[in-house]
Design a protein around this ligand. Structure first.
Ligand code: NAD
Length: 472
């Protein structure tokens, strides 16, 4: 990926965006500094004997803010992981949790590893060893620090971590709440895998409910037929694109992946592209689509909505001027650098910021943590009772009118909410509420010209209030 040499680092970018927001707030300099800095970063180097020799791995766990505990944030597996990046991501977690009112401080972890270099059993040994190092120091703990998946990790790694914690805390009743994003069969929650992508969809749906906000991006109408380009068809990008295509009628005209990009103005079938990607290891050769070896060029193509959903700094000083999309939704963390953000704002592009756009994952992680602490799945107590009350209502309605309600209405109305329905409802409510709190600031304060600054103002205000109530 090409990046300008004068581009600030990811952490500096986050700091710059923070500074721009606090300049519009009335915080004491001491409190401002307290919120900005990362409280601690633990670096660990550990050895694992694999393939006949000892391999040394480097991992990090940063805690940005403990104004609420536990702290929360994913664990990333990538060769590019470094302290600067982990600290920036931990800071974003603080602001993200505050924005969606998930009662956590911010944290993040990472391991310098390319998961593709290792067999599954080797990865399990490496993950368990990394988890052991963090658990020993309460950097994984249901009441102290609760990780989740991020780039390069998923349900499988979370299940290993949960099991490692349980082995080291055999009498801990709440052991399974030490990590979220676990498989459903290992005390996870329905709807977690797709939660971040689903949240991106809900965020766009909410944006498109407000014509005055759409107008600022020069857009009108509904999501139906809007042309979308997605970068990264992984967990987040795939689910976001799939839901937008199947449920909102968006046309996914471009997909950018590691090996290049594919383009079809008539719309790409997301599910088939994903299967091709899994089967062939890339998008190249997808039938009927135009292929571009220099994939990042497609970020600059004409479209209505651009969804960077892969990695940091994808949109930077080298390409920001050429970006044509009037609306960018940051499904990835930090995909737009501070410099690019300035250029895009000047061009009138509306950016739905990462701390809000991809908060669906942490929101459903919060639900999973609550489920684990309450030791019961959502909906278990009330579902059938709800169904029988609805049955009574339909029976009485039919008796009074002498007419039958339609079979489709009856089927929908009778169905009591199961865990998945409740998770979706909680996630949608959260995404809608958070957008409204940001957009209110964006609309009401003329000096706040973008959604990112508005989001920082809302979240920093909440973190500051939490610190003040602690007496700081
Ligand atoms: P993932 O590993 O599942 O997917 C990343 C995708 O990006 C992969 O398909 C990969 O092939 C692709 N990619 C990698 N390099 C690329 C390149 N140079 N050009 C184009 N595509 C490339 O990861 P994910 O979990 O979907 O995370 C993606 C982003 O979303 C990250 O920034 C992550 O921090 C953020 N995020 C993830 C979650 C979550 O719940 N998984 C939650 C919040 C934020």
């Amino acid at each position: 990926m090409l990046q300008h040499t004068s581009e600030p680092s990811f952490r500096q970018s986050v700091d710059m965006m923070f500074t721009r927001a606090v300049a519009l707030m009335d915080l004491s300099p001491g409190l401002e500094e307290k919120i900005r800095v990362c409280n601690s970063t633990y670096t660990v180097r550990f050895g694992v004997k694999l393939r006949g020799r000892i391999h040394t791995f480097t991992g990090y766990r940063s805690v940005h803010s403990e104004h609420m505990e536990p702290v929360k944030g994913g664990i990333r597996y990538a060769m590019s992981v470094n302290q600067d990046e982990v600290e920036a991501l931990a800071a974003l977690m603080t602001y993200k949790c505050a924005l969606v009112e998930a009662p956590f401080g911010g944290s993040k972890g990472g391991l310098c590893i390319d998961p593709k270099d290792w067999e599954e059993d080797e990865l399990e040994r490496i993950t368990r060893r990394f988890a052991y190092e963090l658990i020993k120091r309460d950097l994984i703990h249901p009441s102290q620090n609760v990780p989740a998946p991020d780039m390069g990790t998923g349900e499988r790694e979370m299940a290993w971590i949960a099991d490692q914690f349980a082995r080291m805390h055999t009498s801990e009743l709440n052991a399974r709440a030490c990590v979220t994003g676990k498989p459903l069969t290992a005390h996870g929650i329905a709807g977690r895998v797709e939660a971040t992508g689903r949240g991106v969809q809900y965020a766009l749906q909410e944006f498109f409910r407000h014509p005055e906000d759409m107008k600022r991006a020069g857009l009108d109408g509904s999501l139906d037929g809007k042309r979308v380009i997605v970068q990264g068809l992984g967990n987040v990008g795939y689910h976001a694109a799939k839901f937008l295509e199947e449920e909102d009628g968006c046309r996914i005209i471009g997909v950018i992946e590691r090996d290049g990009a594919i383009f079809d103005p008539a719309g790409l079938p997301v599910e088939r592209v994903r299967q091709h990607l899994i089967g062939q290891g890339g998008v190249r050769g997808f039938p009927g689509a135009k292929y571009l070896a220099e994939g990042a060029r497609l970020l600059e193509e004409d479209c209505d909505i651009l969804i960077p959903a892969a990695f940091e700094a994808a949109i930077n000083l080298t390409n920001a001027e050429r970006i044509q999309a009037p609306l960018i939704i940051e499904a990835a963390n930090g995909p737009v650098t501070a410099g690019a953000d300035e250029i895009l704002r000047r061009k009138g592009c509306v950016i739905i910021p990462d701390m809000y756009a991809n908060a669906g994952g942490v929101t459903v992680s919060y639900f999973e943590w609550v489920k684990n602490l309450s030791h019961i799945r959502f909906g278990r107590m009330q579902r059938r009772q709800e169904e029988s009350r609805h049955r009574m209502l339909i029976d009485e309605l039919e008796r009074l009118t002498g007419k039958s309600v339609s079979a489709t209405f009856s089927e929908k109305f009778l169905k009591g909410a199961d865990e998945l329905a409740l998770v979706r409802s909680g996630l949608e409510d959260t995404m809608r509420g958070a957008y409204q709190s940001i957009a209110e600031v964006w609309r009401a304060r003329p000096e706040v010209t973008d959604l990112r600054t508005a989001a920082y103002l809302v979240s920093i205000g909440r973190v500051a209030a939490a610190y003040k109530s602690l007496g700081l």
